[in-house]
Design a protein around this ligand. Structure first.
Ligand code: SF4
Ligand code: SF4
Length: 130
């Protein structure tokens, strides 16, 4: 089935993002099961106040592991939060209205300075992706 996302022009595409910041959290993947776990560790480039990327135009260069969702890369939708406006639009659902409820604002810490061995301690259960 064709995704309705494909019919959006670039302005509509960009304005769909509600700036919840959820996709900018560090995710861990179980090597055996492929299961994904969201953490409360925010990418170093996430502005904790606006929950927007401070390096948005150049984000892929600044952060190579930042996977950019695009019309050519819709597989990314699979691991975005179920609350994500793009996932909802793809399913024909309206965006969620209460941004305060889904925003990561005041709920996360910066990944910088947290040793990778400690990332598991930051796994959270308040973000679903499946
Ligand atoms: S999870 Fe979706 S709606 Fe939220 S910031 Fe990321 S792309 Fe935007
Ligand atoms: S580089 Fe920007 S868009 Fe990518 S994860 Fe970090 S804050 Fe989010």
């Amino acid at each position: 089935m064709t995704s309705p996302l494909l019919s959006l022009n670039s302005q509509q595409w960009e304005s769909l993002c509600d700036g919840c910041g959820r996709c900018c959290l560090v995710k861990l993947q179980d090597e055996d099961t492929d299961e994904l776990y969201y953490t409360n560790l925010a990418c170093e480039f996430l502005d904790h106040n606006t929950c927007r990327c401070t390096e948005y135009p150049d984000r892929h260069n600044k952060k190579p592991e930042c996977v950019v969702l695009s019309k050519q890369n819709l597989d990314v939708l699979e691991w975005l939060p179920t609350t994500c406006a793009y996932r909802r639009f793809d399913r024909g659902e309206a965006p969620l209205q209460n941004l305060a409820e889904i925003s990561v604002r005041n709920r996360v810490v910066c990944e910088k300075g947290i040793h990778p061995d400690l990332h598991e301690d930051h796994i959270i259960d308040w973000i679903d992706y499946n």
